[in-house]
Ligand binder design. Structure first.
Ligand code: T3D
Length: 267
């Protein structure tokens, strides 16, 4: 049987490809377990500096695998506790950038899995559907949190309540995703973004993820204090010294991505 998740490494980029194309990469227990171990490895491996998540075939991910057997009194909360919530938390807490390349249909938790990444780039043939209402559920995997923040309340409620699909172009115009590109350009563009991020100062990217996440609950005062604290740590990193030196010497910087000997990690 084919592996449900393909794992490849290109330089400092770890590429994860959801690989159940006959089910539009719907998430079953096997795929969830593979994702959990892939992210655990990425957390451990210092050489991995950026992650690219995509899907095999014509779909990105059609959400939960609806062919999984449920008993007469199913506990969906248990499956969310076991698989979806740890995955979303793990992606948000990962101190490395994650790019999601949405290659085709994204539905249900498949959309929200993409939105848990730091940036989403989509092929123009891709679509985004909060399909949950069609089967009597609410958006999960962070959907009720991501959607209003990215789109505003009106569009978030419209997408969730109507369950209509939007195109990648519409998703880009509405600010749900970073960019929409021609189908053939998707993987080259996504890989170029991931390689670019992998060469950027890793500590600064980790601190940025932390600051943006904290901004969703912090007031301005607390956020200003957090920015000061993070900047204090970053000012002591070799990457800051190299960035300033390279600027003065009018040459491209060579970032090592190491933390300062005396400081902890930004995350
Ligand atoms: O359960 C829990 O743990 C709780 C968590 C819930 C999270 C959720 O994500 S709930 C929402 C689940 N997802 C959906 O409701 C979407 C279901 N799929 C669709 O509505 C449609 O397939 C799409 C709109 C995504 C795409 O339509 P289309 O016409 O392009 O493709 P298709 O023909 O419907 O699908 C192609 C094949 O993939 C087909 O198999 P077949 O008939 O060729 O053998 C179809 O059954 C299969 N497939 C699509 N989605 C799923 C799926 N198989 C299992 N689970 C799926 N979600």
């Amino acid at each position: 049987m084919a592996e449900p998740l393909l794992v490849e490494t290109k330089g400092a980029v770890r590429i994860l490809t959801l690989n159940r194309p006959e089910r539009l990469n719907a998430l079953d227990a096997g795929l969830h377990e593979s994702l959990a171990s892939a992210f655990a490895a990425i957390e451990r491996e210092e050489a991995v500096r950026a992650v690219l998540l995509t899907g095999a075939g014509r779909g990105f991910c059609a959400g939960a695998d609806l062919t999984q057997k449920h008993d007469s009194d199913p506990d969906l909360g248990a499956s969310i506790d076991r698989h979806y919530n740890p995955l979303v938390r793990r992606m948000r807490a990962l101190p490395k950038p994650i790019i999601c390349a949405v290659n085709g249909t994204a539905a249900g938790a498949g959309v929200n899995l993409a939105l848990a990444a730091d940036m989403v780039i989509a092929a123009e043939s891709a679509s985004f559907t909060q399909a949950f209402i069609r089967i009597g559920l609410i958006p999960d995997a962070g959907g009720t949190w991501f959607l209003p923040r990215l789109l505003g309340d009106a569009r978030a409620r419209g997408l969730a309540m109507l369950g209509e699909s939007i195109s990648a172009a519409q998703a880009s115009e509405w600010g749900l995703i970073w960019r929409c590109v021609e189908d053939a350009a998707l993987m080259p563009a996504a890989l170029a973004m991931a390689e670019d991020l992998a060469a950027k100062p890793a500590q600064a990217l980790a601190a940025m993820k932390r600051a943006f996440d904290a901004s969703t609950t912090n007031g301005l005062d607390a956020q200003l204090d957090l920015e000061r604290d993070l900047q204090r740590e970053l000012g002591r990193t070799p990457d800051f010294a190299e960035g300033v030196r390279a600027f003065s010497e009018k040459r491209p910087p060579r970032f090592a991505g190491r933390s300062a000997p005396s400081s902890g990690n930004c995350r």
